[in-house]
Structure formats: structure tokens, C-alpha cells
Design a protein around this ligand. Structure first.
Ligand SMILES: [Zn+2]
Ligand SMILES: [Zn+2]
Length: 323
């Protein structure tokens, strides 16, 4: 279908262009396991309350929150595909959240060790004041061209200098030429309300620094959310079950329902059947973007197991009146 609606075949055709975009989106969803999982669970590639994109598990909401992190020196973005020293490793940290913390959002401090640029040589690995030597293998270009036989050639990052085009004359004494040093880091991560088990956030440049001037890898924050025995969550909605007395199911009335915001009163109509679902508006997650989920309460009818003589007598009379 992408071939059929390709814009090159329909110049100026807005409808075809729109269709092509949709096809691409669909392809992205199907090829991205996270988006696919969201699509399967929520019927949209966007998880409830939280937008997902290719860059991060959370997209917009998070990138706004994490914009502040540039102040921590998580800069040095390092573009993909360029020649030069390879980037550092991505780091992965798991943040454990209770059901309640995930529901309301919470700030968590994490501590981890990472490699940062050496503060003596600035990451170059060369002794300050020493001059680098031009790489003999690539002649300073950082790339070598290899013949694959016939007319085929491929350009490769120079294996000798790692793409820098030069080698170190005198290595830095502090980092012994690696350009990196260990650092312990503590940062506060604001987990937004509505975070779900298995969601992750990619903090660009938050991982290890690459060696000898290589860019930083990313920090990947994965959330592990505890289950709750009373409540279940799905997106912004919360689900619970409760038993109501037999007479309220028959006559109707008001019952008290536990919610994440305390006890709420809920009206039960006359003749409520077991398994009926009631909705408490806006008792679900209140997401940062202003959307509010509901609480859905499944009602089970508590059939009395033991009755007093008097109660049994009433029920017999009840039976007589109706037969
Ligand atoms: Zn150094
Ligand atoms: Zn080289």
C-alpha cells in the first residue's frame, strides 16, 4: 500500500499524501513492539494519558519534565550515524513504585554510577598541552574505504583511530588515555501520575560517556509498579469489586466504595444484578495533561449465609406474597 500511495506517484494529491502518512504510521505501530503492545491494549498506539513515540516511552509529557535535566550536564547529544568515536553504553535503571505512587505520581531519587568525560583532559584522552598525531591508517580522515571485490567498496570507521583521524601523542595521566572517569550520580526522577508497569523513559545523554571524546549513551529508566490487591488499573481507569447486601440489591440504596481518594458514596438502583458495573466519574488517574480516568466498580451480591429465625420468617412471608 505504501508503494501504491507513494507521493511521487501522486504529485499534489493531498488525499494520497494523507493516506501514505497513515500507512506509514500503521507500519510504525506494527514494527515497534511497544507501540504494538499499546495498540493491542488500548486500541491506540498512544497509551492513555501518555503519548509514546519512537524516542521515549513517554513522549511529550516526559520530555517536558526531563528538559530540566539538561542542567545536570546530560548534554552532549551525539548525532547518529556520523563518523567519529563510538558513543558510550546506554544505562538502565529500574524504579520501583507502589501502586499508589504510580497512581498519583511521585518523585524518586535514583543513584547510579556512570562514566563521564575526564575532568583533566576534557574527554580527549590526551595529556593537556600535548598535540595529537595524525592517524597513519586513514590519513586523518577517520574513515577507510574497503574493497568488497569487483566495483563494490564500503566506507568504514577507521579501526586504528576509531574515527577521530588522529591518535594521542601523550595519554592523559588521570584517565590513562580513555577520556572517561567514573562518577556516582544521584538524580530525582519525577514519575508522572499514571505510569504503568514496564513503561520506560529514555533520558538522552544520561548514560556512559564514550571513550576518547565519544558522545554519551542514554539513560533508560524503567518503571516497575507493584500490583494492588484491591484495585486494578488499565490506562487511566481503575477497577475494583465490592459486595453489596442482598436487600440493597433488591430495594436499591447507597453504598460506600473505597477509592484511591478515600471512601465514596455510590447509588445502587433497585433490582441490581450481580456482576453489574458502576462508574464513579473522575476517580481514576488524573493525568498531567488534564485527562481524568474513572473508577469502575463491579458489584457482587452478598447472599446471606446465616439468618436469624426472624429474618427467615420475613423471607418466607416475602415468598408467600409473591407466589
Ligand atoms: Zn583524561
Ligand atoms: Zn584513522
Amino acid at each position: 500500500m505504501a508503494k501504491e500511495y507513494h507521493p511521487d506517484l501522486h504529485p499534489g494529491d493531498k488525499a494520497a499524501e494523507e493516506k501514505f502518512k497513515k500507512i506509514n504510521e500503521a507500519y510504525e505501530v506494527l514494527s515497534d513492539s511497544d507501540k504494538r503492545a499499546n495498540y493491542d491494549r488500548y486500541g491506540t498506539a498512544d497509551a492513555s494519558g501518555i503519548r509514546w513515540d519512537a524516542e521515549s516511552g513517554f513522549g511529550d509529557i516526559f520530555s517536558q519534565i526531563f528538559r530540566d535535566f539538561s542542567g545536570f550536564g546530560f548534554g552532549d547529544m551525539g548525532g547518529g550515524g556520523r563518523a567519529g568515536p563510538p558513543p558510550g553504553d546506554n544505562l538502565r535503571v529500574t524504579i520501583k513504585l507502589t501502586f499508589e505512587e504510580a497512581f498519583f505520581g511521585s518523585e524518586k531519587e535514583i543513584a547510579f554510577q556512570r562514566l563521564v568525560k575526564c575532568d583533566t583532559c576534557g574527554g580527549s584522552g590526551a595529556k593537556p598541552g600535548s598535540s595529537p598525531i595524525r592517524c597513519k591508517t586513514c590519513g586523518g580522515r577517520g574513515q577507510v574505504v574497503r574493497s568488497m571485490g569487483g566495483f563494490m567498496t564500503i566506507a568504514q570507521t577507521c579501526p586504528t583511530c576509531g574515527g577521530r583521524g588522529e591518535s594521542i601523542g601523550f595519554p592523559c595521566s588521570k584517565c590513562r588515555g580513555s577520556g572517561v572517569m567514573k562518577e556516582r550520580r544521584e538524580i530525582k526522577i519525577p514519575a508522572p501520575a499514571g505510569v504503568e508497569d514496564g513503561m520506560y523513559q529514555r533520558i538522552r545523554g544520561g548514560g556512559n560517556s564514550g571513550q576518547r571524546g565519544g558522545p554519551y549513551g542514554d539513560l533508560i529508566v524503567v518503571y516497575a509498579v507493584e500490583a494492588d490487591h484491591k484495585f486494578k488499573r488499565r490506562g487511566l481507569h481503575i477497577y475494583s469489586e465490592m459486595s453489596i447486601p442482598f436487600h440493597i440489591a433488591v430495594l436499591g440504596g447507597e453504598v460506600e466504595v473505597p477509592t484511591m481518594y478515600g471512601v465514596s458514596k455510590m447509588k445502587v438502583g433497585k433490582g441490581t444484578e450481580s456482576g453489574s458495573l458502576f462508574r464513579l466519574r473522575e476517580k481514576g488517574v488524573h493525568a498531567a495533561d488534564g485527562r481524568k480516568g474513572d473508577q469502575l466498580v463491579r458489584v457482587n451480591i452478598n447472599v446471606p449465609k446465616s439468618l436469624t429465625k426472624e429474618q427467615q420468617e420475613y423471607l418466607r412471608r416475602f415468598e408467600e406474597v409473591f407466589s
